[in-house]
Design a protein around this ligand. Structure first.
Ligand code: GLP
Length: 253
């Protein structure tokens, strides 16, 4: 794991966008995340599109996950969120932005179809990830198999409570979601995980310095050979070896 610590979420957004840019120029398959964490990265990519002419026309994209049991056009569906946050503001073909259905009658079939679409696209070249306060990645909650594939999953109370801020009340947060599995995510060629804020410090520590455990799904990234973790000071505050990570980073800068 390569660990980079920056002062602010905006600095991290610029850093992440600079890492993603060469992939965009090659017409890569992008793995997109939702949630609040990637917003500064998406803002930076939109700026590059508008001010520097970065074109996404040759890219396609796969979303990590989607709430299950809400209308696709609900403003908090991940289908709507990614359009609002990124894809409506760049020149990617809307038909090339793939997401899991929020209402598939047969979730197993939906999951299998999604996996084969990803395979046909040659797999994800660069996957952007956030992390849940309980260590989840996408919607792979603690105890998810480290080799899990795309599927329907029940959300944990902590995740429902954390995501309630996006809805009018906690009761409105869907109780289930479709998510790429941990095994699916680990097939991405490169992974970029971003965590900001003190609420993520414990999960970040477990992901980087804790044991490989399904109880912290993000610890599965220890098994991947091309992972960059971008943190702000608050998210990095629980790390035991923080000075070492900063030294290595400063050495290579
Ligand atoms: C959600 C998403 C995750 C995201 C996480 C953190 O549950 N399914 O993909 O990484 O929450 O969200 P945020 O970035 O808003 O803290």
């Amino acid at each position: 794991m390569e660990i980079f610590i920056r002062r602010t979420a905006n600095e991290i957004g610029d850093f992440a966008a600079n890492m993603i840019e060469p992939f965009v120029k090659q017409g890569a398959t992008l793995g997109l995340a939702t949630g609040s964490t990637p917003s500064p990265t998406y803002q930076a990519l939109i700026r590059k599109h508008r001010e520097e002419g970065l074109s996404f026309a040759d890219c396609d994209a796969f979303l990590l996950d989607e709430y299950y049991g809400i209308d696709q056009h609900h403003e908090q569906s991940y289908w709507s969120t990614i359009r609002r946050e990124l894809t409506a503001s760049i020149d990617i073909d809307d038909a090339a932005v793939h997401s899991l259905s929020s209402s598939a009658a047969d979730p197993e079939q939906e999951a299998a179809t999604y996996e084969s679409m990803m395979k046909d696209a040659g797999g994800v070249d660069i996957q952007l990830l956030g992390i849940g306060a309980n260590g989840h990645i996408a919607f792979n909650e603690p105890t998810s198999s480290l080799s899990s594939r795309t599927r329907l999953i029940d959300l944990r109370p902590r995740t429902i409570a954390d995501n309630a801020r996006f809805f009018d009340s906690e009761d409105e947060v869907p109780r289930q979601a479709m998510t790429q599995g941990i095994g699916t995510i680990l097939e991405a060629k490169k992974i970029l995980l971003i965590a900001t804020g003190a609420a993520k410090a414990e999960a970040v520590q477990a992901m980087i310095e804790g044991p490989l455990s399904s109880f912290c799904p993000a610890s599965s990234l220890q098994m991947h050979n091309d992972v960059c973790i971008l943190l702000d000071e608050a998210a990095a505050s629980g790390l035991g070896d923080v000075e070492f990570y900063k030294e290595i980073d400063a050495y290579w800068r």
